[in-house]
Design a protein around this ligand. Structure first.
Ligand SMILES: Nc1ncnc2c1ncn2[C@@H]1O[C@H](COP(=O)(O)OP(=O)(O)O)[C@@H](O)[C@H]1O
Ligand SMILES: [Mg+2]
Length: 246
């Protein structure tokens, strides 16, 4: 295993090796390889259709890979059913939020705890989510359908946190939100990371994602176009021209 703790670099928590995904004749991911080190925010950026969601779904076990392998803490997880991957503390807040609009905020959060390794600590986990998202506490008895878009996104993230993830997978959390709310969501992602969680953040909002990330990966039509330290990608002419509109 390529864990090199103690030599200045954090452990490789997740590793994709030459991962391919096909949807029928569509080759949606082509030999995608990258590592996520424990404690980092890694952002996967790229245009609509680049394969970002497919990458997250492959990691979560929701989409079958047609080649390569995915390792968690050095052990292969590709091929495991999604519920077994969740139990390895890899949790996704799905694209489109995926919350239950007819249930209350608190009921949605309770449901997130189904795979918690410590369900007896539900109240403590709820308190932590409410501390991170005071708006959700204020609205805990309201049905999720009455929340604003930003609040629903917060609820989706909060629900994922209820399962005590080690690796949090976020699929375009800024999608469709007003600029001020986006800023708030990105601050919260940084706080979650500082609290010890590793984050794989999928975004079309390349500028803001690279600003909070440690590492960045640029996907283009199913393949990795560029990758490196986020600060270096932010400074590169190629990224500035193609993704930051400069
Ligand atoms: N269920 C599916 N069936 C067929 N093609 C799909 C399916 N999901 C995604 N695709 C195709 O795979 C490619 C990558 O899609 P996706 O991973 O959703 O990209 P992104 O999240 O970067 O927008 C696109 O060409 C998309 O049309
Ligand atoms: Mg997507």
């Amino acid at each position: 295993m390529s864990s090199v703790m103690g030599s200045g670099q954090a452990e490789v928590l997740l590793s994709l090796k030459e991962v391919s995904v096909h949807y029928g004749a569509i080759h949606a991911l082509k030999n995608v390889s990258f590592d996520v080190h424990r404690g980092e925010i890694v952002t996967l950026i790229g245009a609509n259709g680049a394969g970002k969601t497919t990458t997250l779904r492959a990691i979560s076990g929701l989409t079958r890979i047609s080649g390569g392998s995915i390792l968690h803490a050095g052990e292969p997880i590709s091929g495991l059913p999604a519920h077994r991957i969740v139990r390895r503390r890899i949790c996704q807040a799905p694209e489109g939020r995926g919350i239950f609009l007819n249930l209350s905020v608190e009921e949605n959060l309770d449901l997130g705890a189904w795979s918690s390794p410590a369900p007896e600590d539900l109240d403590q986990d709820l308190a932590e989510v409410y501390e991170l998202f005071p708006r959700l506490k204020e609205r805990r008895k309201q049905s999720a359908g009455t929340l604003s878009g930003g609040e629903q996104q917060m609820l989706a993230i909060g629900r994922a946190l209820m399962s005590r993830p080690e690796l949090l997978l976020l699929d375009e959390p800024s999608l469709g939100l007003a600029p001020q709310i986006i800023e708030r969501i990105f601050e919260i992602i940084q706080k979650i990371n500082r609290d010890g969680k590793t984050v794989l953040l999928v975004e079309q909002n390349a500028l803001q994602a690279l600003q909070i990330a440690h590492q960045g990966i640029v996907l283009e039509t199913g393949g990795i176009k560029l990758s490196g330290r986020a600060a270096e990608l932010l400074a590169s002419d190629e990224v500035r021209k193609a993704y930051l509109g400069e």
